[in-house]
Structure formats: C-alpha cells, structure tokens
Design a binder for this molecule. Sequence first.
Ligand code: M6R
Length: 608
Amino acid sequence: MCGIVGYIGKEQAAPILLDGLSKLEYRGYDSAGMAVYDGEKINCAKATGRLKVLYDLTHGGETMPGCSGIGHTRWATHGAPSDVNAHPHFNADKTIAVVHNGIIENYVKLKKKLTDKGYEFRSETDTEVVAHLLDYYYKGDPLEAVTKVMHRVEGSYALGIIFLEHPDVIYSVRKDSPLIVGRGKTGNLIASDVPAVLKYTRDVYFIENEEIARLSAEDIAFFNVDGEPIEKESKTIEWDINAAEKGGYEHFMLKEMNEQPKTVRDTMNPRIKDDQIVIEELGMTDDEIRAIKKIHIVACGSAYHTGVTSKYIFEGLARIPVEVDVASEFRYRNPILEEGALVLIISQSGETADSLAALREAKKQGIQTLGIVNVVGSSIAREADKVMYTWAGPEIAVATTKAYSAQLIAQYLLAIKFANVRGKLSDTEMAAMLKDMKKLPDQIEMLLNNKERIQKFANRYIAAKDVFFIGRGIDYAISLEGSLKLKEISYIHSEAYAAGELKHGTISLIEDGTLVAAVATQDDLFKKTLSNIVEVRTRGAFVMAVTNEGNTEIEKNADYVIYIPQTNKYFTNSLAIIPLQLFSYYVSVGKGCDVDKPRNLAKSVTVE
Ligand code: M6R
C-alpha cells in the first residue's frame, strides 16, 4: 500500500525523501508527492506515475530547499491516481500538510460534517478529511489537535504531519498501518518500513497502535493517544535491505499470507455498519437488487475460484441463480445474457485481458456489470458500470493469497446483502452471520500461527509427483484453489476433483502413498466426503484432511488432520484455504523453487 517517509535534520530533506520513497517502491504506488518546509512556507510537489517523474520534476529534490519534509507514494484507494489525489494533502491555507497510509473508514461522515462547517475539499481522497480535521481542532497546540483527530477518525492510518507554525517538528501517528521512526546521525526519520531509513540509521523505534511520535532534528518524543508522554526503546536492525523490503519475511508470498487478517478487516469493516451491510459504491436501490434475475460471475484463475465459492452462497442464501465462467471461455461462447442479469467480473489486477474482454462483451449486450477489483483505476475498474474494491493493497507475489481472501469477503458481503434485501435472510440471521464474519481475521491469524506444524508436514512432500484435492460443495471450490496454489509455485502436478466425481475415472491414478488433500468443512456433506476419503485410502492414498474443529471422527480415516475454527458454513473457505496456502508455500520453499516468481507465470496476464 502507500509509502510514507519523513525527515527533519541538518541535511536537505527532499533528496532524502525521494531516496526513502524509492526503497518503498515494492509496496506499489501510482503517484508520489512531497511537502518541504523552506524556512517560510510549506512547498509541495506531486506527480502521477513513477517516482522518477517526481524526481525529474524536482531535479532529484534539489529544487525543494529545506531540511524538514514529508513524502508519500500513493496506491490509489479513494479516487483515481492523479496529481490532485496524490499526497500530501493540505488544509485551506496550506499551514498543515498530511501524508497518510491506510483507510479512514468514516471519512464520508466526517467530510459531510466538515463541509457543513464550510470546509472545501479539493480531492476525492479520504486523507483530505484528516488535513481539514486537524485544521478544525488546531488551536495552537499540534499535539492536542493530533490526539483529537485520533479520537474522531475510524479505520487504519499512519500519518506524517507538518504544522507551519511549528516547523521545527514533524508529527507522526499510527493505527493498524505500519510506521517506524529512525534516529539518524544528521536528523530523524519516519517511514512505513525499515528499508526507507536503513541508509541513514539502523536505530529504529516500532510505533505501536495509537502512539504518537514527535520528531525534531535532535530529539524524538513519544506520546499515547491522550497526549501523555511514553517511553519507547529502540531496536537495532540487523537485516539487509532485501530482507527488510519484505518486512523480515523470506518471501513476499509469506508476507502477504500474513497480511490476510488485515486485508479481510479492511475489505469488511468499512462496509458493515450497525449490523447492516452498506456498499455505497454498488449504487443499487433495494428494488434494483430485488429485480436481479441471474448473476454471471466471470474471472480467471484464483479469482474464478472465489466465484465458484460464491455461487454456492448467492444461490444458497439469496436464491439467485448463478453461472460461473472462466473468462477465456465466456468471451467466445456467445453467452446468453438476459435482461435483469448482473455480470460480476472479479480481478485482482483489473487488467486481465480475458476478464476485460468478458466485461466488454457483457456491456455490449447491455447487461449491468460490477467489477470486484483490487487495483484502483485499473481497466476493469474504469470500464465496469460499478466497482467494489477489495482493500488488499499491492500484491507482489505471483501466487495470490491476500487478494483472494479479500475477493471472498467482498462476495460474502454482496450475497448476504442481496439475501437480506430479497427477504431470504432476516436482520437477525444477517446479524449472526456478520458476527461470525467479524471473527474471521482473528481465526485466520490463529491458523497462520500454526505454520510450523504445516511446514514439517510439507517437508515430507517435496518429492511428490501428483497430489489430488477433493471436496464437495464449497469444499470443492476450496480444493480448486488449494490445487492451483500447489502446482503454480511447486511445479507438482495436482488436480482438484469434486469428491464424488473421483470414482468416475481419476481414482485409477491413486496408488500407494499418493497424497490426497480432502476438504470436509460442510456438515451436510461431511459423511459423503468421508466415504470418498475411505475409497482413496483403501487404494493406498495418504490423506491429509481439513475439517472443522470437533469433527474428530475423521481421525479414524485420515492420516493427518488440520482443524479450522467453527464459523458459518458459507465462510469456511476463508479459513480452510490458509493451511493449504501454507502447505504449498513450504513445499515450494523445500524444493528451492522461486516462490514469488514461479516459472512461466506473470502477475498480471494482459494477453489472452
Ligand atoms: O489479476 P486477476 O485477479 O484478474 O488474475 C487472475 C489470475 O491470473 C490469477 O488469479 C492467477 O490465477 C494467480 N496466479 C493465482 O495465484
């Protein structure tokens, strides 16, 4: 996601900011900007596109004098990538400059209140709310204004702030977005991540949630959310730059898997308000939702697998017929799209050629389209009639993990909302489902913490030749994704089968020791899947089972069992996929494969 750098000290700030931002490029961004205090006023430079554009615009920072400043690389969330939306953002008279990483969830409400008080907004961003809110609360004491803002904003944020009236300090705060402070030799720094400061210092403070840092050229002070001073200890960073970019993780895939609790929270929380689902960007009235006759879900790869899952949910909960298509098939099969249909195009990158072509086909036939997209301003996001963003942040590893999890959440929200509006799910039932949904991030975290056990198991399978994934219903959809994860990063042949279909041919491939991963999270299908487990085990398969806590009877028939916490039956994919991702990851690592960039694959498939 966005990157923040700030510097205050004896050297010219702008070149240091640019250098720091360049070390955060891996986080992904589409525009960049800096604000530097020149001794009189705060100057600002912004540029859409690569950091090089900002670099050239400011001659490597040389044209921006001053020894105190904040810089930012923006990964667009609210508002398309543009100079206006690029950070820093200012209050009206440019006496307060702000850079922000995260999402202010209640920005619509705050914006309305500020607008009513006469504040004028220039950008479409959520961040600008912070600049004006600081202005509103600032009565001469910056710390007081900062703490008041922290009490008002909801969501996630790391902020870098300059007050023109207090040019000898920079303020910085965080909640659920990363932020570190570095104590340098010639000055002090803030950054979203360690690589940005490593050239200047290895002496770093990790800022915790709702803590405030106040940096001057010589000093660093810390405060809690009530503005009371707190003590913090610095840590010496031993990592090299490469490891630091990955936040200390060995691979981006591992980092991104570990980001899933946050991704799920970010995609879900802003859309749940008082036990109701509010998807403003959907722009559909209840009558329009009630009028939907059919949903077509079209996507590729893992995004397609999320669609296979949500077919069960839309049909099961909302009783809307759903067809799921692989985009490359959909576009050429002359699909019959009738009035009243809704076409859902799901894509992390928003640039997948086949998915984009499918979207255009639907539009050509006059059918309303909704994109579920991660990259803001991407082609699918721009061309779809409506777009619902997954707030997963940039995904670097080719094998998707966190974007996949976010796509599931977006579709759960849609399906539950549609079911409620169409009278198939009462408010009470919906509230119960949302309660379970809100538990998912912690449950995912718990499963991620179990990684060592999975790693040990995975190490036994690095020489496997064939692996089969089986399941029924939603468990089949999970199997599809588990199988794809394994094959794409470990190069082990694997196939996913609807468990009941196995005996219609594929079971002939099972021999002594063949690994079969059986997913059995659906209570009503549990016994059926158990029979299929017995069938393959009788033929020599080694069975790894993924099932719900409490289903201990499976231990009689499976060789290795992974339990997932109890959740609503429609949400089990979000949990069961975690051990399967970890399994694939550790097999790939064990085999010495290039985990983040598997052979022959590209992150964004922009050709058909
Ligand atoms: O960017 P998209 O979501 O449209 O990409 C779709 C597929 O190419 C993608 O999910 C692919 O299957 C991943 N490599 C799976 O990990």
